[in-house]
Design a protein. Structure first.
Length: 248
């Protein structure tokens, strides 16, 4: 039985002060949640966030990291740096990073390997654009991403990996894939990973849905057989909304 994960990705929102105020209220609302609860604040808030969440069931994740341990990479953070402040999860390959910051399947693959080498659990984002969907290429696009992103990982890696299926056309648009459609695509992802690795690992891997998840959509999504949780953007910015999602 896979344990659900509800993760909030704040993207480029909230200061360290706002982060601490949020966590101080949020931690009490979600203390009895069945799901694993993860918050992904901006990098500058991570240290304060880890401190504010200490001793609670709220885990703090980074939104990105570099694949090298150190070096001349201005503006970047390394896996070692994240580890040193108590980070256990990192989002890798979010579509906004692929679209605006030249993230490629090759760099995603290097980052996944670096995360596992450093004992950080990656949350790998995959998904298709509207144009790819409308031209019937969703499965081909996902298959290509999975093959390249997961190349060289081990079955043990895959068991702990978290994948977030985020159709790009559903991110921040208020359009969600229907729960049934998202579930079918997530099943496709699981089957593909079983082909690339093995069934046992694919069955253990958690696959989340992301794209305009709201308090009124989460229940239907979580009733699906293969949706193991949500990666929530906009609706994770308000304590009340995200608490309702976590406590679906
Ligand atoms: O990482 C989160 C996703 O991009 C979803 O964002 P959204 O819930 O605002 O659509």
């Amino acid at each position: 039985m896979r344990r659900a994960i509800i993760s909030g990705n704040w993207k480029m929102n909230k200061t360290p002060e706002e982060t601490v105020a949020y966590i101080n209220e949020f931690k009490n609302n979600v203390k009895d949640a069945d799901a694993e609860v993860i918050l992904c604040p901006p990098a500058i808030c991570l240290t304060e966030a880890v401190k504010a969440a200490e001793g609670t069931n709220v885990k703090i994740a980074a939104q990105n990291m570099h694949y090298k341990e150190s070096g001349a990479f201005t503006g970047e953070l390394s896996p070692l740096m994240l580890k040193s402040v108590g980070i256990e999860h990192v989002v890798i390959g979010h579509s906004e990073r692929r679209q605006y910051f030249n993230e490629t399947d090759e760099t995603v693959n290097l980052k996944l390997k670096a995360a596992f080498e450093n004992g950080i659990i990656p949350i790998l984002c995959v998904g298709e654009t509207l144009e790819e969907r409308e031209s019937g290429r969703t499965e081909a696009v996902l298959e290509g991403q999975l093959k390249e992103d997961l190349a060289g990982l081990t079955s043990e890696n895959v068991k702990t990996l978290v994948v977030a299926y985020e159709p790009i056309w559903a991110i921040g648009t208020g359009k969600t894939a229907s729960a049934e459609d998202a579930n079918d695509t997530i099943k496709f992802i699981r089957n593909k990973v079983a082909e690339l690795f093995d069934t046992e690992s694919a069955e253990a891997m958690r696959i989340l849905y992301g794209g305009s998840v709201k308090p009124n959509t989460i229940k239907g999504q979580m009733e699906m057989s293969d949706i193991d949780g949500g990666l929530v953007g906009g609706a994770s910015l308000k304590v009340e909304d995200f608490s309702a999602i976590v406590n679906y």
